[in-house]
Design a protein. Sequence first.
Length: 123
Amino acid sequence: MKEKDTCEIYCYDESKVRRVQHALQQQDIQTMAKMFKALADDTRMKIAYALCQEHELCVCDVANIIGSSIATASHHLRMLKQLGLARYRKEGKLVFYSLEDDHVRQLIELASTHSREVVIHDR
């Protein structure tokens, strides 16, 4: 017999619900969701991971790493920048990207660690 993964009766802890609802009102959930949506794309996650490995990469480096055109790499890098996950600087005719800050780096590193743990548990 399969175990049910839902409550069999309806009841809730009113104080917990109020605390969490209040906490949610203090957050910009839409921006948080956009950040995860950006990283949910395989190519952008590869780019973010690459930027964890190297402090800074030019657009040409990124294109070669992900095996794409410069236009495709630029598109993905621009999206990461627009969502506050990456920043860039221009040096002559080259554009270099890096992660916006250490919080983004920690997020990528945690995702990497967690994905390795999931693979180990699935074996």
